[in-house]
Design a protein around this ligand. Structure first.
Ligand code: CTP
Length: 398
């Protein structure tokens, strides 16, 4: 718990039954040497007493934006903290945050906070799975908030399911992890490519692929969470960059991807090529829309430039280069060959055989092949959790 000593933490408590667990979180943080200030929504006070929380946090618990005498300085509070934790985050406050509302102190501090915000949602399973909840969580993710997973178990409704708030010791462990890792890559520059490329056939048609960009975006996000300065070069995708700290450069074709990624390659400490870049592109792009005619149509393709290969050629000893591989046969041998031929430090082999892995899914299952011959299998997990493992592996190489 060393990392928590001296840290200034704001805890926001909203109206959910899981609020009764928050005194335990406050107590553990104080024991670890952190400074804690608790803010509650009016509904939060129905579930756990202000007296308990003020006694444990050794600070006055704040609820209202102002009372008869004074006005709570939300800007000052937002600037005071090293981390803001909102736990439990109720469905109602989630919706209010997503809509940018500001009708209580907790919401005003959220909007004023310049520190990272971690949230631990808590709600009944049906509410948790509702499309509105998912949409609202995406808004918070887009704000760069760290969202802790809910857990499966007994719910206040008596049902068993998903939506339970993470347990107090896990929340504290996540906070500890946050402080331990947030500066690991400070001062480092990282380049990440993501998504598909579109290779024009004529003004209205292209050759593309099913890459969603999710894996590359998750890696970019995680590198930024660890303090790196990230440039994300993205092909056409429907997802949005989740982190305002990331510099996004949008490209369309393999050629643009190559030009953009290699332009300033000497300045990067880390490069992760997660994009599914076309290997071939039409030799000629028709000026006008190709009209249909009798018989077959043949499109001749030429090879594109290999971005990973080009970065491998200019790579210095200090730079770390990571590539992906998608193989349908001789997976291991081909991944190892790719590692060598592209002069990469790490190749991440996507498993095509497992359900829930690869293109378009939110989860993935991979094997890591390191330059030193080491191999590491990672079980099926969310792409954001996998991004953490991949960034850990990059840090290990460093
Ligand atoms: N890649 C790249 N430039 C290309 C094609 C691919 O940088 N023009 C990168 C991808 O971003 C990925 C890695 O190469 O990191 C592996 O892509 P893959 O298509 O599996 O490998 P190829 O090098 O194209 O080899 P092969 O088609 O023989 O599998």
């Amino acid at each position: 718990m060393l990392m928590l000593a001296g840290k200034k933490i704001i805890i926001g408590i909203t109206g959910s039954i899981a609020a009764y667990k928050m005194p335990l979180v406050v107590r553990q943080l104080i024991k670890a040497g952190a400074e804690v200030k608790v803010i509650m929504t009016p509904a939060g006070t129905d579930f756990v007493s202000k007296l308990t929380l003020s006694t444990l946090s050794k600070n006055t618990v704040l609820v209202d934006l102002f009372d008869d005498q004074s006005w709570a300085n939300h800007v000052e509070l937002g600037r005071w903290a090293d981390l803001m934790l909102i736990a439990p985050l109720s469905c109602n406050t989630l919706a209010k945050i997503a809509a940018g509302q500001c009708d209580n102190l907790l919401l005003a501090v959220y909007l004023s906070a310049i520190c990272p915000v971690m949230i631990a949602p808590a709600m009944d399973e049906d509410m948790w799975h509702h499309p509105n909840t998912k949409k609202n969580l995406e808004v918070l993710r887009g704000n760069g908030n760290i969202i802790l997973n809910t857990v499966y178990g007994e719910l206040a409704s008596g049902l068993i399911g998903e939506g339970r708030m993470a347990e107090p010791e896990d929340i504290v462990a996540e906070m500890e992890h946050f402080f331990k890792t947030s500066n690991q890559l400070k001062g480092k520059k990282a380049l990440v490519s993501a998504g598909p490329t579109y290779e024009a056939i004529d003004p209205v048609r292209f050759i593309g692929n099913h890459s969603s960009g999710k894996m590359g975006y998750a890696i970019a996000d995680e590198l930024a969470n660890r303090g790196a300065e990230v440039t994300l070069v993205s092909g056409p995708v429907s997802i949005q960059s989740k982190n305002k700290k990331i510099k996004l450069v949008s490209v369309t074709s393999a050629d643009e991807m190559h030009t953009t990624c290699t332009a300033d390659s000497a300045s990067y400490d880390i490069a992760v090529m997660a994009a599914a870049i076309a290997d071939y592109t039409p030799t000629v792009v028709a000026d006008q829309k190709i009209k249909k005619k009798e018989g077959e149509l043949t499109i001749t393709l030429k090879k594109t430039k290999d971005v990973l290969g080009s970065l491998g050629k200019t790579k210095t000893k200090e730079q770390i280069l990571v590539g992906f591989a998608l193989e349908t046969e001789n997976e291991k041998a081909n991944a190892q060959k790719k590692l060598e031929e592209k002069n990469a430090d790490l190749i991440i082999l996507n498993s095509l055989k497992d359900e829930g892995a690869g293109f378009g899914h939110d989860t993935n299952k991979v094997t890591l092949f390191f330059k030193n011959g080491k191999e590491k299998q990672i079980e099926l997990k969310s792409k954001s959790a996998l991004a953490k493992d991949i960034v850990d592996a990059i840090i290990e190489i460093k």
